[in-house]
Design a protein around this ligand. Structure first.
Ligand SMILES: Nc1ncnc2c1ncn2[C@@H]1O[C@H](COP(=O)(O)OP(=O)(O)OP(=O)(O)O)[C@@H](O)[C@H]1O
Ligand SMILES: [Mg+2]
Length: 256
């Protein structure tokens, strides 16, 4: 089942002589439950693409559809709800709030969305993330790998339909990197989430179902390297928080 589709996506930064074409007529679609690795040289447009998919950067041309809904046709408020509920964005630097402990960091987006924290899901996540006895710790009291696990927990708390990760292991050694990748793969399988990961690490790219290579803002290769398991994408998706508002792109995905 197709979850995400982009059509003729273009993104131009700046004007006149300083103009940079970061994305140049990019079209592709991603099925529910797919794990896609995006590779390409520095400056090729990978982060720009991820931000546009995540609803944080408006394209200058083209469309993004999430579950058939035109993401950028929504108003700002709907777009904000879309970002909070449907998308988990993970970065190389974990962007944790230093004065909040592990549990507070993980549950912050749910509380900011005025939703109730699903305690069962929180405990399950703390367990999966191996942070059970770290709930009260502040980010500075954790290792880099643990901090990245907290940021992943924060993104998974809302049970997003799509997890977008921009070099999530760029800051970690190889053992911690593989642990993070295992975690993302686990969540991709268990919660049937679509996973799109930008990486410079070939070992990580080769664990995906599919590799998209970008150069100069264009897709130069789109290769399925491993079929998804038959169960993938067909099971129901449980929401991690109580949903109140409707009419938001992709809301159906988590409600079903
Ligand atoms: N806010 C911006 N203003 C102007 N130009 C930008 C902006 N953001 C990105 N660019 C330019 O767009 C192009 C694509 O940038 P992008 O960050 O998407 O590359 P990338 O593939 O993620 O690179 P890296 O691997 O180094 O992270 C680059 O030439 C970059 O300089
Ligand atoms: Mg980048």
């Amino acid at each position: 089942m197709e979850l995400l589709k982009v059509e003729h996506l273009c993104k131009t930064y700046g004007q006149g002589e300083n103009q940079v074409k970061a994305l140049d007529d990019v079209s592709f679609s991603v099925d529910k439950g797919e794990f896609v690795a995006i590779i390409g040289p520095s400056g090729s447009g990978k982060s720009t693409l991820l931000h546009i998919l995540g609803g944080v950067d408006r394209p200058t041309g083209g469309k993004v559809y999430m579950d058939g809904c035109d993401v950028y046709a929504q108003n700002e408020e709907q777009l904000a709800i879309f970002r909070r509920r449907q998308v988990g964005l993970i970065y190389q630097f974990y962007n944790l709030i230093p004065v909040l402990n592990v549990v507070e960091n993980i549950t912050l987006p749910v509380l900011m969305d005025k939703q109730e924290v699903n305690e069962e899901r929180l405990n399950e996540l703390l367990d999966i993330l191996q942070l059970k006895n770290r709930g009260e710790h502040l980010p500075q009291q954790l290792s880099g790998g643990q901090q990245q696990r907290v940021s992943i927990g924060r993104d998974l708390m809302n049970a997003p339909a799509v997890v977008l990760a921009d070099e999530p292991t760029g800051n970690l050694d190889s053992r911690n990197s593989q642990e993070i990748v295992e975690l993302l793969k686990f969540s991709n399988r268990k919660y049937h989430q679509t996973l799109i990961v930008i990486t410079h690490d070939e070992n990580i790219a080769l664990q995906a179902n599919r590799i998209l290579a970008i150069e100069d803002g264009k897709i130069v290769r789109d290769e399925v390297i491993r079929k998804m398991s038959a169960r993938h994408g067909e099971e129901r998706h449980e929401s991690g928080s109580v949903q109140k508002d409707g009419d938001v792109c992709g809301d159906e995905v988590t409600r079903r």
